[in-house]
Design a protein around this ligand. Structure first.
Ligand code: AMP
Length: 216
């Protein structure tokens, strides 16, 4: 049976950082809807053009487009044993679609670690975040600085600030999260899949808590 993990939490809580570590440890592909959109933007695809108009405003990309993209990704051969989903689902419609989709693959969502942190922590983390161009590795100017300013420790590529990490958009993204994504906490809690994890701890401690959840 494939294993599917949905990593839930507000923007800036450290989902991306943790997802990369966790996926490697669990030998599952890391599927980030945000990264897939950014890849499409970089490659100037039609999907990328459409997604960018929503992302720049901090709004969600429409469900049908997002679900179609995730369906295609989960159908790739590297997902036969499951996947770690980061940033998807983000609405109840997407969560329902995911349930149906995974049933087609003979699986279902197995774990939903929900990483939490207070809003001021999120704002501070997003504001100081730097992302690597080549692979989306993330750093924080204060909490997780790169060894050499402006360059990724892991692949040497340039670090940049995402357009949607600028302050006006950050506030809208957090608002959108509480309005549209937070209801998924109850959705997964009712299914007995949710485990809450304190995201305000050190990166290593959050990783340890996450590993304990997925080994259950
Ligand atoms: P992220 O990298 O997860 O912070 O996502 C960046 C942006 O991509 C979000 O603010 C949305 O505009 C868009 N996005 C990512 N995932 C989804 C999703 N599941 N549904 C709709 N929009 C999404």
């Amino acid at each position: 049976m494939p294993t599917y993990i949905v990593l839930l939490g507000p923007p800036g809580v450290g989902k991306g950082t943790q997802a990369k570590i966790l996926a490697e440890t669990a030998s599952l592909p890391h599927i980030s809807s945000g990264d897939l959109f950014r890849e499409n933007i970089k490659n100037e695809t039609e999907l990328g053009k459409l997604a960018q108009s929503y992302m720049n405003k901090g709004e969600l990309v429409p469900d049908d487009v997002t679900i179609g993209m995730i369906r295609a990704r989960l159908s790739q051969p590297d997902c036969v044993n499951g996947a770690l989903l980061d940033g998807f689902p983000r609405t109840s419609v997407q969560a329902d679609a995911l349930e149906k989709l995974l049933a087609e693959f003979g699986g279902s969502v197995n774990h939903v670690p929900y990483i939490t942190a207070a809003e001021p922590v999120l704002v501070e983390r997003l504001g100081g975040r730097w992302t690597c161009r080549a692979n989306g590795h993330v750093f924080h100017e204060k909490h997780n600085p790169p060894k050499q300013a402006g360059a990724c420790d892991l692949d040497g590529s340039e670090l940049y600030q995402r357009d949607d990490d600028k302050s006006e958009t950050v506030h809208r993204r957090i608002q959108v999260y509480f309005g549209q994504t937070a209801p998924l906490i109850e959705y997964y809690r009712q299914r007995g899949l949710l485990t809450e994890i304190n995201g305000a701890q050190a990166i290593e401690k959050v990783t340890a808590d996450l590993l304990a959840v997925i080994k259950k």
